[in-house]
Design a protein around this ligand. Sequence first.
Ligand SMILES: [Zn+2]
Ligand SMILES: [Zn+2]
Length: 460
Amino acid sequence: MNHKYSPAGNQTRAEMKNPEAQQDVSVSQGIRMMFYMMKPNETSFQTLEEVPDYVKQATPFFISLMLLELVVSWIRKGKPPARLDDALTSISAGVLSRLPRLFSRSIELTSYIYIWENYRLISLPWDSPWTWYLTFLGVDFGYYWFHRMAHEVNIMWAGHQTHHSSEDYNLSTALRQSVLQIYTSWVFYLPLALFVPPSVFAIHLQFNLLFQFWIHTEVIDNLGPLELILNTPSHHRVHHGRNPYCIDKNYAGALIIWDRIFGTFEAENKKVVYGLTHPINTFDAFKVQFHHLVYIWTTFWATPGFFNKFSVIFKGPGWGPGKPRLGLSEEIPEVTGKEIPYSSSASHLLKIYAVLQFALMLAFYEDTFADKAALSQFTLLLRVCFIILTLTSIGFLLDQRPKAAAVEASRCLVFLALCRFGHLKPLIPSLSFVFEIFFSICIAFWGVRSMKQLAAGLSK
Ligand SMILES: [Zn+2]
Ligand SMILES: [Zn+2]
């Protein structure tokens, strides 16, 4: 990219470049960045173009921490921390939520740069530790209010509910992210654009997100005095609970102090039952993302009166005519602690098949991000369609939907066509024939199965 956006006016990049900052994180930095323990001098950059994609570089640390959680959970509880079907659905949502980044910079950064370039009041120095610490607080404060509104405004909840739809609580749950959320969260960071350079903001936006990964676990009980200041696994477990005492509590990103200040703090006391108050009981990637938008749409038309319709969109998800803005607390379903989470009835063999196809899709996903500059927009679009089709198909298989076999046969056919026309390349070129044989067998298997289903349906 030729254009070097300079937040510091006429000073050149060479004059201001930070010699201690680097693009690729070391193992020590990688571990520290997952816990917001990077130092200002190693993460201060003059231009936005210099800011590393820390979230992308975090992939091996996501995987390592998930394996560590698996081992610890196995030792302590004798069982894995996650269920396969639920974890696949969570990672699916994470993949879907990042696909728009293949085509453009996030709206959070685009809108921020616009305000900075046109309306900034002062320019804080990009290389001052004071700017770094102030932005740490500012981003966390903005996140608190975004997150609170995401629970209190129905149309914002339509995006954020995705993150809460898992009935498990483990590190994979952290990856269950919404496609829609970013289209409302950007507003809450704009006040910072009046004085904080975009390069500093972009650092903290990433670290704030990464910090929220490790708190999604049940293997850490209590962190003593740190519980007073930090958002911890215990505090965030409460946030993910559907017990009445957990609803609309602990909105913190990195610091729990905001909840303590603004009266939304609740300590963990009873066993937390995770998920939505009305579970969606599906692993369908699209329903996980968009089901609440459909609900708002139908409720909007079913609710009489202009002001009531307006309230359906902008008041809380529990609101109804005649009720307070956030609904009635007595309408929150009680929990017994014996709730059985929705799980897939697919066979073990089918689940292994789903994991294999999911892993292949992840490899293509990583490859697409790595190669995106070299790929045409058309190829990018086709690859994104293939990834979406794969996630849809795996959700259908896990849900045992009647159309799953036909969708999977079509998906395998699409894979072969994309390879044949050069839009996808097998991960190991010398083994391309193995991929062709494997996917041909899959087409035959799922094709025959869907024909049998069709014949059985016609004979009824
Ligand atoms: Zn939330
Ligand atoms: Zn969470």
